[in-house]
Design a protein around this ligand. Structure first.
Ligand code: F1P
Length: 347
């Protein structure tokens, strides 16, 4: 996706150009609310985007699971921007929600991977994710590309509405463009580390994933990947929610994986994982390279490079995908074609 968009970024002024949205500057300035609509992994991408859009564009954002959208009193109008996010562009619930939104007069811009798919033919504009065809049923590169597309969209809306200084936008663009290089460099190390972790946890019955802030949806995604391809029961939680229920599950057999990059919520997440440790949970921490503190707390630590904190959701997704892959492989599961799942849910 970044290769495709590179020519549309003016590095000198940090300016982006996204005409495919089909939105004029006037439309963008008139947006009063954004509604993100999706299923499965695409819904997790939407949850991350909520943090970005509210932080940098300053527009209230709602995120809806597409299958629930139809049961709500929608209260949409022409000043609402509805964004269906879908890899396939064919998911029945997302399509149904999109049609309701179009009928209500809202502006609708899709984030989609498949060129010419049904949703893209009906909406006002489409930002394609250019992830290429996905062989496996579980969304992997489509998910990270959705995140990149949503980050580009955030930067563009911030640019048009003047909610972010151009210097700041430029820094973000530079970090984003650098990200594939960082990922490629880290990948071999993560492969090995995740293989080792998978060997240790292959027999686990349950798995808990924790994080806060913009990384919280990545805890959900890590859990979803593990359950859909390895059939281990896994739950993702906002770390602060742990004491509202899941803490009851923690004992010596429960693996708890938490994302603890050194960001604004670091101390809070560390406090949560200390509680896991006090209850003898088997703690795996993914955090910032150079952070000795987490090495002291955890049974296993995976260090990731320090990047722009906003982009951590993209970076931290990849080792979690690899963990699910390695566990599934050791358990003899078909990682590309998990049982009971379809690539796009069209009914
Ligand atoms: C949504 C989704 C995928 C998942 C699986 C079933 O699809 O939940 O995230 O991996 O393939 O469908 P889409 O609307 O993003 O195509």
């Amino acid at each position: 996706i970044l290769n495709t968009f590179r020519s549309r970024i003016d590095p000198e002024h940090g300016q982006l150009c996204l005409p495919e949205l089909g939105l004029s500057d006037r439309d963008i300035k008139g947006i009063g609310r954004i509604v993100l609509l999706a299923c499965g992994s695409s819904w997790h991408a939407a949850l991350v985007a909520k943090y970005w859009l509210e932080q940098w564009v300053g527009i209230p954002v709602e995120v809806d699971i597409a299958s629930e959208f139809r049961y709500r009193r929608l209260l949409l109008d022409k000043n609402v921007l509805v964004i269906p996010i879908t890899q396939s562009g064919e998911t029945a619930d997302t399509l149904a929600g999109t049609r309701l939104a179009l009928k209500s007069g809202a502006k609708v811009v899709a984030i989609c991977n498949v060129l010419g798919s049904t949703i893209t033919r009906e909406v006002h504009g489409t930002l394609y994710t250019h992830a290429g065809p996905e062989i496996g049923v579980a969304s992997t590169k489509a998910f990270t590309c959705q995140l990149v597309a949503l980050f580009l969209l955030t930067l563009y809306l911030a640019q048009v509405r003047g909610t972010m200084a151009s210097r700041e936008r430029l820094t973000m663009i530079e970090s984003l463009v650098e990200l594939p290089v960082v990922l490629e460099r880290e990948l071999p190390g993560w492969q090995e580390e995740m293989e080792r972790l998978a060997e240790e946890f292959v027999k686990s019955r349950d798995f808990l994933f924790l994080a806060r802030g913009e990384n919280f949806p990545i805890a959900l995604e890590g859990a979803l990947k593990l359950k859909e391809i390895s059939y281990i029961h896994a739950e993702g939680y906002a770390a602060g929610e742990m004491k509202h229920g899941p803490i009851a599950l923690i004992d010596r057999d429960m693996p708890v994986l938490a994302l603890v990059p050194q960001n604004g919520v670091y101390d809070k997440v560390v406090a949560n994982v200390e509680e896991v440790k006090a209850r003898h949970g088997r703690l795996i921490l993914l955090g910032s390279r150079g952070d000795a503190n987490i090495g002291r707390i955890a049974d296993h630590v995976v260090y990731l490079p320090v990047i722009l904190p906003d982009l951590n959701p993209i970076l931290y997704t990849v080792p979690l995908q690899l963990l699910a892959y390695q566990v599934a492989r050791l358990r003899g599961c078909d990682v590309d074609q998990p049982r009971n799942l379809a690539k796009s849910v069209t009914v």
